[in-house]
Design a protein around this ligand. Structure first.
Ligand code: NAD
Ligand code: ZN
Ligand code: ZN
Length: 368
């Protein structure tokens, strides 16, 4: 099978034709991948060498090719999107609908099934299923609970974005932070994830949405999609904009969506008493940040929380996000600024490094 393979840390992905894929086990689904967005988390894996060899690509949609035993909610030929966090459905975490507490769902980080196997191999060697999905390949095999059926009229290139950027950004706002109408929201970092957070804040009815990114075209995209104010990447400029917007009170919410550890501290600074800073970005794990005196958490009742995949629960939240798109409240089309074939995936990563456009979508199987 053809796939774009990460063979060693820091390298370009290599287009190969000899990746082998095992058929779906019981409770798994084989999906013919049609589209996969390019997310910064894959770039962090490439540059950090955390996982290889690996088939990356975790923001995907496609068509069901085959199902394993016991799979009833999708059948071959169904249009589906894939979510990286596939819950087991019967652990304590699943009882609370918290995928981050489910061992099966969290095996996505290791790029294997919970039993350390992978459906992908090459010349007898294990190939990781990057971030639980492995979509830069013609087909992938994933747990059935991570596969959500779509209505036939939803374009797959639009649906794929929900798989990571959209559920992460919109979910961070609606699920993790539960932003209230009239709030002042700061979003630092305006890639696919940050732009989705901006849209989430607009949907939540935030009164002011202050978006920050050093890249002018991304600030323009944010203003188009719901931001009320946009500033560059300078911390002083952001502090001033927030002070102006809030009469010096500070923002209600700050979302770190750039993957820059120091911005977490900036979020804590620009939020006011009772404010919440949400860590969405994923800097390399070795990047740490000094958050200064912890007394502010007590005196000012500030909160610092993390958000994985927007705290989304597949069957509850994916249909909700699709519904927002169907009603015209979530603009996904404007987020797709570039398309490349699988052979052009490295070009897409270069564009991500340069923060060009918003999302590049890889057309893995352009016919569908
Ligand atoms: N929490 C999750 O579940 C989850 C899911 C997906 C992605 N992520 C992470 O979210 C982050 C964003 O992903 P993406 O695909 O949108 O990335 P991206 O590279 O497209 O966007 C990041 C943006 O941050 C901007 N930026 C850099 N420094 C900045 C600064 N000092 N101030 C303001 N903006 C700054 C860049 O110019 C860029 O536009 C990454 O770290 C990614 O790994 C987390
Ligand atoms: Zn992602
Ligand atoms: Zn579970």
């Amino acid at each position: 099978m053809r796939a774009a393979l990460l063979t060693e840390p820091g390298s370009l992905l290599e287009l190969v034709d000899d990746v082998e894929l095992a058929g779906p086990r019981s409770g798994e689904v084989c999906v013919a991948v049609s589209h996969s967005g390019i997310c910064h988390s894959d770039l962090t894996i490439i540059e950090g060498g955390y996982l290889f060899p690996a088939v990356l690509g975790h923001e995907a949609a496609g068509v069901v090719a085959a199902v394993g035993d016991g799979v009833g909610h999708v059948s071959p030929g169904d249009k589906v999107m894939i979510t990286p966090l596939a819950p087991c459905g019967h652990c304590d975490g699943c009882a609370r609908q918290q995928a981050s507490r489910c061992p099966q769902a969290m095996s996505f980080v290791a790029g294997t099934r919970p039993d350390s196997t992978s459906p992908f191999s090459r010349a007898g060697q294990l190939v990781h299923r990057g971030l639980g999905v492995g979509a830069f390949a013609q087909h992938t095999v994933v747990p059935a609970s991570g596969v959500v059926r779509l209505d036939d009229d939803i374009p797959l290139e639009v649906a794929c974005l929900i798989g990571c950027a959209v559920q992460t950004g919109v979910g961070a706002v609606l699920n993790t932070a539960k932003v209230e109408r009239g709030s002042t929201v700061v979003v630092t970092g305006l890639g696919g994830v940050g732009i989705s957070a901006v849209q989430g804040a607009r949907i939540a009815g935030a009164a002011r949405i202050i978006a920050s990114d050093p890249v002018e075209s991304r600030r323009q995209a944010a203003l188009h999609l719901g931001a009320t104010d946009a500033v560059g990447g300078d911390a002083g400029e952001l502090r001033e904009a927030v002070a102006d917007a809030t009469g010096g009170q500070g923002a209600d919410y700050a979302f770190e969506t750039a993957g820059v550890a120091n911005l977490v501290r900036l979020g804590l600074e620009v939020t006011g008493a009772g404010g919440t800073t949400v860590v969405v970005g994923a800097p390399p794990p070795e990047h740490t940040v000094d958050i200064g005196s912890v007394t502010v958490f007590m005196i000012q009742q500030k909160r610092l929380v993390g958000s994985l995949l927007g705290d989304c629960w597949p069957n509850r939240d994916i249909p909700r996000l699709v519904g927002l798109w169907q009603r015209g409240q979530l603009d996904l089309e404007s987020m797709i600024t570039h398309r490349v074939p699988l052979a052009g995936v490295n070009e897409g990563f270069n564009r991500l490094r340069a923060a060009e456009g918003v999302r590049t979508v890889v057309e893995v199987t352009p016919a569908s």
